[in-house]
Design a protein around this ligand. Structure first.
Ligand code: CU
Length: 74
């Protein structure tokens, strides 16, 4: 779980440790590209929305296998 405040700059750094992954937060329009094992990908964004938003990896069955989490913006 990640917590942030509305209208604050949020910086996430995704590190693909074992294989290719990406990261998506649909409601906030966040979409990190597919990133190969051993690489990192940063993203910065601001959420003007308050709420709980799911982030997930959309590759193959990764989401179904638990590559999800929650970003809480308060
Ligand atoms: Cu993945």
């Amino acid at each position: 779980m990640i917590r942030a405040k509305k209208d604050e700059k949020i910086k996430l750094v995704m590190k693909s440790a074992d294989q290719m992954h990406n990261l998506n937060i649909d409601e906030l329009g966040v979409k990190l590209p597919i990133t190969k094992a051993g690489n990192t990908a940063p993203v910065e964004f601001v959420s003007s929305k308050i709420g709980e938003f799911e982030y997930y990896c959309s590759i193959g069955q990764h989401r179904a296998n638990g590559q999800t989490g929650t970003l809480i913006v308060e």
